[in-house]
Design a binder for this molecule. Structure first.
Ligand code: P6P
Length: 315
């Protein structure tokens, strides 16, 4: 089976990109080992601090952030690190060619109940600074800490999936993920219905109406509450993920973060033939104004995302 270094050699001749991806993969393998033992080590609780988002930091949020930072500090290609867990961007090396934006442990509120969580990361060219559109990404990826530990990566070609072997190697298990254009599965937190705008409500009601409704087919609903878990399902079998702008999140611009959640996931999903939007524009075309900026996130099977865009286009 192809391993990560062989895949990287085939996908890019840029040693900086290959080096940073290798470092993030190593950080992911280290975090996976920590998570497997966390309940025994008593590390699933709170860290007693809050992050810039005002969210209570879990001990493992801080530990995961430190692991990522340690691996990146050892890598001369990295110029700046933007992390969900750090208020300000961290200067790593003035000679670095690559900016890394990361959510070191997304979905950590699920750790206490042993649900899949992940590390999400985005690579940007250093010369443009951290506030570049997602379309400028050099690469993106995530590590999903689930029944298997998966590393999903895309540079400029296919979105590929690796599985962490017992010997510590990342082995290629899906060479080119392909998000089915059509799907009968949507992922949204339906407890927020009272906050939804008309397009979101319209799309969900059409879907729930099933075979006799405008969509003309039956839908199922899945919501893990861990973005990496929901997106990995969509990458593997299709579906649509929605965390739309709603009346409660509007003042903040949305719930999920642009630089280290929306952009990398949009890069990966679009690389697999899926589609992404804020409802009003493609996620990768959003011009960031801040490193912790939030945006509405709708992405997945192209036909489903297009139906949501059509609802927004009706105004
Ligand atoms: P809600 C986890 O906190 C997260 O950032 C994403 O991983 C997940 O998709 C979302 O929030 C869940 O949000 O409102 O359903 O708890």
């Amino acid at each position: 089976m192809t391993n990560l270094s062989q895949w990287l050699a085939a996908q890019t001749d840029d040693a900086n990109i290959a080096g940073v991806i290798t470092a993030m993969a190593a950080a992911g393998a280290e975090i996976a080992a920590v998570l497997r033992q966390a309940p025994i080590a008593g590390q699933t609780g709170l860290a007693g601090a809050t992050n810039v988002q005002g969210e209570a930091q879990k001990a493992l949020d801080v530990i995961s952030n430190d692991i990522v930072l340690n691996h990146l500090r050892a890598n001369p290609a990295v110029s700046i690190l933007v992390s969900e867990e750090l208020d300000e961007a961290v200067d790593i090396s003035s000679q670095g060619a690559v900016i890394v934006a990361t959510d070191p442990l997304d979905g950590s509120s699920n750790l206490d109940v042993n649900v899949t969580v992940g590390t999400i990361f985005s690579l940007l060219p250093a010369d443009g600074g951290p506030l570049q559109k997602g379309s400028a990404q050099l690469a993106a990826g995530y590590v999903a800490y689930g029944p298997a530990t998966s590393l999903v990566l895309r540079i400029a070609g296919p979105t590929s999936v690796f599985t962490l072997a017992d010997d510590g190697q990342w082995l290629l298990t899906v060479a080119a993920a392909a998000v089915p254009e059509a799907s009968g599965e949507f992922a949204i937190n339906t407890a927020r219905e009272r906050f939804w705008d008309a397009p979101t409500l319209g799309y969900v009601q059409e879907s729930v109406a099933g075979e006799t409704g405008p969509a003309g087919k039956r839908y199922n609903m899945r919501w893990v509450g861990s973005m990496v878990a929901d997106i990995h399902r969509i990458l593997m079998r299709g579906g649509i993920f929605l965390y739309p702008l709603d009346r409660e999140t509007a003042s903040k611009g949305g719930r999920l973060r642009l630089l280290y959640e929306a952009n990398p996931m949009a890069w990966l999903v679009e690389g697999a033939g899926g589609r992404s939007t804020t409802g009003r524009q493609g996620i990768l075309s959003v011009q960031p104004t801040g490193i912790h900026q939030r945006v509405p996130v709708i992405l997945g099977s192209a036909e489903e995302v297009k139906r949501v865009e059509d609802w927004y286009a009706r105004g």
